[in-house]
Design a protein around this ligand. Structure first.
Ligand code: ADP
Ligand code: ZN
Length: 731
């Protein structure tokens, strides 16, 4: 990296662009000169592209031919620590730098000068006449609460022409306002009084804050059962960061959760933080990006890619529900936001708080090894106690065919209904039935483009592929044998379970919660709110309910199939089951009434099920850690997944075989390659997928080795290769 900080007019600078090139390009510095790290617009062929001044130009060509930087954008230059961070992530994940730069500039119109613009909000008046188009516009505005839109954004979101919006403005149903672009965020006050902390919580806060005051990097694993007050505790770490004049970032796994969290931030600090997630408008994203860069956003709450925002002085990153799989990005740049949060903070001298009731084995092991500080919150706040956990041995239950709620579970639910308490029936499967089988020929209806069975969604009256999203109507006759009326659903999904519950408990009010049943995050949030108020006797839910929502009246959790995720080919199957079951169980008894969790299982003596039931977490982790250590797999060994894909299976396999044969660069570092084999999902969207797995001892430089291994490959035609370092899911 260059040490020259400023380049005069005409000096040669190397510019990293967002275009897929394998090197920086040389340009002459513009008339006003430019700083190292400046965001610039440069000519590339006939186009103008975004770039960052990365150092001195390489030269070595006819200088007369060098083109000039077109303009320097009016934003804070990329800081050295950010350049270092991007380079390190690129090296770690084997991602080309231009893709890293794209990740770090995901906001439109970064360089546009500040100006006034028109924004649109919900007005007070009713339009004289409603049309579908008008209704959609008003719905969009209501859906986003108080948020304002630009004309283009609003029209696009609602799927209407801008004249529809203008019409509503004339009627007063939509308000048009002038607004300066990119206002700073309101000031957050860390010295407003927080909640009075319990002794446990206060001790945790003291440890976190003591770490923060050193001004050095450090990571803490904040472990505590759901409801123990982890959020209260890390909000005090946020307060400390703000007092120190540093910025804080809170990463959350799911956007449905942000609303509840924002309310808590507002209550604690008197104003809302900046938000960064896929639901934010383009204008809002640009504002966050710019304000973060100039230090006018003290706190950002966001999804994983917020880690690549240009913070000016990042002092704290909280990764809430740190074990959540959504922190691993699995397309484009394959990175783990949890691990990269640690990397980023180690570069900028910041602190990381990893919060979870059920930490990942990786983080647990890092705490064991002394790399992370471990802080435990042991008690639930207030009167709430952890639910009693019991198995229902399905081998001993009298089950009618085509039903999934056992007599024992049925009885437990009835008791709750009588007492006016809520029950949750948990099944981690969307749709009606996972398989549609022809009883005449045995055919299972599959997706035309993927190696996956179509899942019946009765609610939508269609079959859907959960890989590619393709849907088709439910056929009357079997597509394979042509026999009519023999297609039958096999196995339960959430919709089918709801159907059974309606028949079994006709007196009960039943609510379904699944991510695909709601049109918007707001609708989902409203539903969750209603349920929390008690507007349901039975909640039927998928994974969605396992995460962080508070249902005070809930006292029973029934897990329909506790064995479901035990049998994945995935090395983390046991860990995932353990986390999920404990989290779901954690939904019960969050206020003053004790809760109970009943797990329907065919293998109550399975070690994972036993560990879940006994609550012996340390025991579970130790056993799991020993197993992985023996197998030399993460976190005690290193792994990388290579997926080759293409329209024809033959050529894809040929390349895979050639790679397996030419594995010298891997063997040099003690790594082994397995495969090629068809990937567990062997076809997605019509592309055949072939996988190789690289395994290496801990500490082996596998990125270097893999880079040398794949460098000579010539991928012809439409064949693509992706490398996933530390793969989380194996598909
Ligand atoms: P976690 O993040 O561990 O699930 P939360 O921080 O969300 O726990 O706390 C659970 C509930 O208990 C929340 O409603 C929270 O406001 C409340 N709570 C936790 N600690 C306190 C406290 N010290 N004073 C008042 N309320 C608290
Ligand atoms: Zn498909």
């Amino acid at each position: 990296m260059s040490t020259q900080e400023y380049f005069d007019h005409g000096e040669l600078v190397a510019v990293l662009t967002t275009q897929p090139l394998d090197r920086t390009l040389d340009y002459k510095a513009p008339e006003c000169g430019c700083f190292l790290g400046a965001y610039v617009e440069v000519p590339l062929g006939p186009r103008k592209v975004l770039g960052v001044v990365w150092g001195s130009g390489q030269g070595g060509f006819d200088l007369a031919k060098a083109r000039s930087v077109i303009r320097v954008l009016e934003v804070a230059p990329m800081r050295e620590e950010m350049r270092l961070f991007l380079s390190k992530v690129a090296d770690y994940t084997l991602t080309p730098m231009p893709a890293m730069l794209r990740l770090a500039t995901r906001a439109p119109g970064l360089g546009d000068p500040p100006s006034m613009r028109k924004i649109y909000r919900l007005g007070n008046a009713q339009p004289d006449r409603m049309t579908d188009a008008r209704t959609r516009v008003l719905e969009v505005l209501r859906d986003y609460g108080g948020l304002a839109f630009t004309l283009k954004e609003l029209a696009e979101q609602a799927g209407v022409t801008s004249s529809v919006v203008k019409g509503l403005v004339k009627q007063g149903a939509v308000r048009e306002e002038d607004s300066p672009r990119d206002l700073p965020y309101p000031h957050l006050d860390p010295d407003l009084p927080g909640k009075e902390l319990t002794e446990d919580q206060a001790a945790a806060v003291a440890r976190l804050q003591a770490g923060q005051r050193t001004g050095d990097y450090g990571t803490a694993l904040l472990k505590g059962v759901t409801g123990s007050g982890k959020t209260e505790v890390y909000l005090e770490a946020v307060a400390e960061a703000l007092r120190m004049g540093r910025q804080a970032l809170v990463l959350l796994p799911e956007i449905a959760l942000t609303a509840e969290f924002l309310t808590r931030v507002e209550a604690r600090f008197g104003a809302s933080p900046a938000e960064w997630h896929s639901g934010a408008t383009m204008t809002e994203r640009r504002r966050v990006w710019r304000m973060v860069g100039q230090g006018d956003a003290q706190l950002v709450v966001g999804a994983r890619s917020a880690l690549f925002l240009p913070f000016r002085n990042l002092g704290l990153v909280v990764v809430d529900e740190e074990h959540d799989t959504s922190y691993k990005q699995e397309d484009g740049v394959h990175y783990s936001a949890r691990d990269m949060a640690v990397l980023r903070s180690s570069i900028c001298g910041g602190r990381v708080v990893l919060a979870s009731a059920t930490p990942s084995l990786e983080s647990w092991a890092n705490a064991e090894a002394g790399k992370y500080e471990r802080i435990d919150l042991t008690a639930r706040f207030g009167a709430a106690v952890l639910p009693e956990m019991k198995p229902i041995d399905m081998r001993a239950e009298q089950m009618q065919p085509g039903t999934w709620i056992s007599p024992s579970l049925r009885q437990a639910v009835r008791q709750r209904i009588e007492k006016g308490e809520q029950s949750l029936l948990f099944i981690n499967r969307r749709g009606y039935a996972p398989v549609t089988l022809c009883r005449a020929c045995g055919e299972q209806i599959a997706c035309d483009h993927c190696d996956a069975r179509m899942v019946e969604h009765r609610f939508l009256k269609r079959l859907m592929c959960h890989q590619c999203g393709e849907t088709k109507p439910m056929p009357e006759i079997c597509p394979s044998c042509g026999v009519e009326g023999k297609l039958a659903p096999v196995g339960p999904g959430i919709e089918r379970l709801a159907e059974e519950a309606e028949v079994t408990f006709p007196e009960a009010k039943i609510a379904m919660l699944s991510s695909d049943l709601f049109g918007s995050a707001r609708a989902l949030k409203a539903k969750i709110e209603e349920i929390a108020q008690g507007d349901a006797d039975i909640i039927i839910g998928t994974q969605l309910v396992a995460k962080g929502h508070n249902f005070p009246k809930l006292t029973l959790v029934g897990v329909i199939d506790a064995d479901l995720s035990l049998h994945g080919a995935d090395l983390r199957a046991a860990e995932r089951t353990f986390q999920l079951m404990r989290q779901v169980a954690g939904r019960a008894g969050r206020s003053d009434k004790p809760g109970q969790a009943l797990l329907q299982t065919f293998q109550p003596e399975h070690p994972v099920i036993r560990a879940i039931l006994s609550g012996d977490e340390e025991g579970f982790w130790k056993a799991e850690a020993a197993g992985r250590q023996a197998a030399g797999v993460p976190p005690y060994g290193r792994m990388a997944g290579i997926v080759l894909s293409g329209p024809e299976v033959g050529p894809v396999f040929d390349i895979g075989n050639a790679m397996a044969r030419n594995d010298a660069p891997l063997r040099d570092v003690g790594a082994q390659v397995f495969g090629p084999a068809p990937a567990p999902i062997a076809r997605i969207r019509g592309r055949h997928r072939v996988r190789l797995l690289v395994k290496a001892p801990k500490g082996a430089p596998i990125q270097d080795a893999i880079a040398r291994w794949i460098a000579p490959l010539k991928l012809k035609g439409d064949i693509r290769l992706t490398v996933d370092i530390d793969p989380q899911s194996f598909y």
